[in-house]
Design a protein around this ligand. Structure first.
Ligand code: PAF
Length: 290
């Protein structure tokens, strides 16, 4: 049974003690409602660190006023059980007051990496993510932290935060874990009705179609984007973006541009009322199957 603690002091003490025993600390930050994608992050952390800690915290500062903070799925007991089976060493499940005590006011400002993709649609989101993850880096003193590539922009921003603030943590990105039919795993998939779940396959189908075109030599940004967009337009309630960007700076390619050897193709749209995201790195990732 994996132990769960809720106080930051206790959490920091357990991480300090592990380091004093000569162990590297590995961190997997989550918001809970864990699925196989999260457990893959834990396994990846276990390969890199002897003492792996998983935080479960639905972080209020990364949700906008009209987003799903209140209804975000929560299942602490189920999560702790899954983390026991995945052999996580410690779970940190603080409450809001513990992470944001009265009077706290410091935020980690993020720059141009937040200007594209989800940034304009979720004002303040990445500042909230960067702030809470920096707190977790500080509490754990982790040598390595593992994040899923489904939140590709988040990963890019957190890498930059670690680099810019000289934080002694290696930020590792883990490939997207998909269901057998191609749907990217997400805690928010739990919101989908059976019919919406079928419609949601348009995201991975659109990415697959663009990936196949890229692999066959297509480099026109508008064509690659269009292939994904056609699939997504057919099923979405609304589309925030289907964008092709540079893979590191996340700068969108103009319609008349030609992409290089690698490019990010990313989607955010609503299926019913659920906002879903997905992406591929063209030139690097295989086409999502089937
Ligand atoms: O990816 C998530 O679940 C969250 O954004 C994270 C990294 C745990 C920060 O709250």
């Amino acid at each position: 049974m994996t132990q769960a603690v809720s106080s930051p002091e206790e959490f920091r003490g357990a991480c300090d003690a592990a380091r004093a025993r000569g162990h590297r600390v590995g961190l997997v930050p989550t918001m809970g409602a864990l699925h196989e994608g999260h457990l893959a992050l834990v396994r990846a952390a276990k390969e890199r660190a002897a003492f792996v800690v998983v935080s479960i915290f639905v972080n209020p500062t990364q949700f906008g006023p009209n987003e799903d903070f209140a209804k975000y799925p929560r299942d602490l007991a189920g999560d702790v059980e899954k983390l026991g089976l995945a052999r996580a060493d410690l779970v940190f499940a603080p409450d809001r007051k513990a992470m944001y005590p009265d009077g706290e006011e410091t935020r980690v400002h993020v720059g141009a990496l937040a200007a594209s993709l989800c940034g304009p649609f979720r004002p303040g989101h990445f500042e909230g993510v960067a702030t809470v993850v920096t707190k977790l880096f500080a509490l754990t003193g982790a040598s390595v932290a593992v994040f899923g590539k489904k939140d590709y922009q988040q990963l890019a921003i957190l890498r930059r935060v670690a680099r810019d603030l000289f934080l002694p943590v290696e930020v590792v990105g883990h490939p997207i874990v998909r269901e057998a039919d191609g749907l990217a795993m997400s805690s928010r998939n739990a919101y989908l009705t059976a019919e919406e779940r079928k419609k949601a396959l348009a995201l991975s189908r659109g990415l697959a179609s663009a990936t196949r075109a890229f692999d066959a030599g297509e480099r026109r940004a508008a064509v690659l984007r269009g292939l994904a967009r056609t699939e997504v337009d057919a099923i979405s309630t609304s589309v925030d973006y289907v964008d092709v960007t540079t893979p590191d700076g996340l700068v969108p390619f103009a319609d008349d541009a030609v992409v290089g050897d690698r490019a990010l193709l990313a989607i955010a749209c609503r299926v019913g009322t659920t906002r879903l995201i997905d992406n591929v790195i063209l030139g690097e990732d295989p086409a999502p199957s089937p």
